[in-house]
Design a protein around this ligand. Structure first.
Ligand code: NI
Length: 198
């Protein structure tokens, strides 16, 4: 009689185990609205495209544009960097204190020298950021953005990612977003408001 009871007990414990795993999974994927801290709050240790350390404190002291992407990106990233070039060109001296960061969500391929070459045509206005997947994930979670590796063409992989540009104020706080392919006049107006607010 003891064998079935033991088996039943084991089965019940297994259910408890599954329930625990399920609740952890739900917590991990639930919106973080109830957690302490707002968008952009969190610590991460990455490197810039020269190999120098980069962390959350480098978003303080000046307004910044923040964009997450990867150098192999076929469309969204080249388009957005092209738009950024236009914004900087339009704003000229007005944007002298504005920084821009292109954060890789593909650390496997985006080594500092690769990402440095990728942003170099923007005359130093955009700094490339990369690092370990673990630290990139911390920054991605802090800024509530999203990325996901998926199959690409020719057996290669691609990375789907948030296409908005994040506006960051001089306190390193979230100020708003510029949508992908936003009307250039609207985008420049948003940046002017960011500059005026800081
Ligand atoms: Ni992209």
């Amino acid at each position: 009689m003891s064998a079935p009871t033991a088996r039943l007990r084991l089965a019940l414990w297994a259910l408890v185990g599954l329930a625990a795993i399920a609740s952890v999974a739900i917590l991990a994927f639930a919106p973080r609205a109830t957690s302490a801290g707002g968008i952009g709050e969190g610590a991460y240790a990455l490197i810039d495209d020269t190999g120098a350390p980069f962390d959350q404190t480098q978003l303080e002291g000046q307004p910044s544009l923040l964009f997450f992407g990867f150098t192999h990106c076929p469309d969204v990233c080249p388009t957005t960097l092209g738009e950024m070039a236009v914004w900087f060109e339009t704003l000229g001296e007005e944007a002298r204190d504005l920084k821009a960061f292109f954060v890789s969500v593909d650390p496997e391929r985006d080594r500092p020298e690769i990402i440095h070459d990728y942003v170099s045509w923007l005359d130093g206005r955009v700094t490339g950021i990369t690092g370990t997947k673990e630290e990139i994930d911390k920054m991605v979670q802090a800024w509530r953005v999203f990325y996901e590796k998926g199959p690409g063409s020719d057996g290669d992989y691609t990375v789907n990612h948030t296409a908005s540009v994040l506006l960051v104020n001089a306190e390193g706080g979230f100020e708003g977003t510029i949508a992908y392919q936003e009307d250039p006049a609207v985008a420049v107006d948003k940046i002017r408001k960011l500059l005026a607010a800081t």
